[in-house]
Write a protein that binds this ligand. Structure first.
Ligand SMILES: [Cu+2]
Length: 86
């Protein structure tokens, strides 16, 4: 939905253990379209228990690209997904 949405991220290492010492950033964007310039947002996720939580606020319905960037020990890995906002 447009407005505030909670995002829950579980980061696991190769052995399946929850990773709790990473920096997690959620970037979300929508390309420009008629009547709307490109939208790009970025928010930090904070650790709660063994999960990272963030609040995203898509400004309009439609397809959004989401990139979850996980940084740890000087390395960053990115998980990309698309969400359909109603
Ligand atoms: Cu749009």
């Amino acid at each position: 939905m447009t407005g505030k949405n909670n995002v829950d991220i579980l980061v696991k290492d190769k052995t399946g253990m929850a990773v709790t010492d990473a920096k997690v950033v959620v970037e979300y964007s929508m390309p420009a379209m008629p009547g709307m310039p490109a939208a790009n947002f970025k928010t930090n996720a904070g650790l709660k228990g063994d999960r990272y939580k963030a609040v995203i606020e898509p400004s309009m319905g439609g397809s959004w690209n989401v990139a979850v960037k996980v940084s740890r020990a000087g390395k960053t890995e990115t998980a990309r997904l698309t969400i359909d906002v109603k």
